[in-house]
Design a protein around this ligand. Sequence first.
Ligand code: IMP
Length: 205
Amino acid sequence: MAENPRKLVAERLVIASHNDGKVKEINELLEPYEIVIIGAKKLGLFDPEETGKTYAENAAIKARTAAVGSGLPALADDSGLDVVALGGAPGIYSARWAGSPRDFGRAMVRVEEELRKTGTEDFSARFVCVLCLAWPDGHEEIFEGEVRGRLTFPPRGKKGFGYDPIFIPNGHDMTFGEMEPDAKHAISHRADAFRKLKKACLEQF
Ligand code: IMP
């Protein structure tokens, strides 16, 4: 984070995602602030390809495209699962490991198979969420959130999404898939990144 982060003074903020679920979740996280949230799809904005090599690059590509296309500040996130013994994979490819149409059962089997192949006993992993807030003049603020934990197989729990059923956050016995959504949201990588964004850019609201 920059030493003097730019404050968000606009009343309207574009969420640079064409995923209605993500727009809704971000809307809820920003509910206490008097900001009108607009989804990129609603504005008919272009959905760019995620060609970056890092979470931050991908978040910036999405936020920049929406800020320039709308003339308004725009917020994007990029997230995924980093498995230590797999050198950080699936990482930015977390969604892509689920194939098309998305099948996270298959993606979790792949994570297990690749881990077993290495012969490792290190099942540590983390979820990462990087947020990029971009302005139409090119200014950007980036925030990274994480939650550390370990993987377990077979998957457990039906409450979450994606890789939640194989991830046990540190200090807990349940997987994210078994935890109540509020309990997960209190400690998640997304909550961590949003806490940092709010502190830096939204405190004045
Ligand atoms: P994105 O929409 O490009 O950020 O893709 C993120 C991908 O990472 C999702 O499709 C999930 O596979 C995975 N992921 C990110 N956050 C979570 C989470 O909280 N639980 C489970 N999987 C997650």
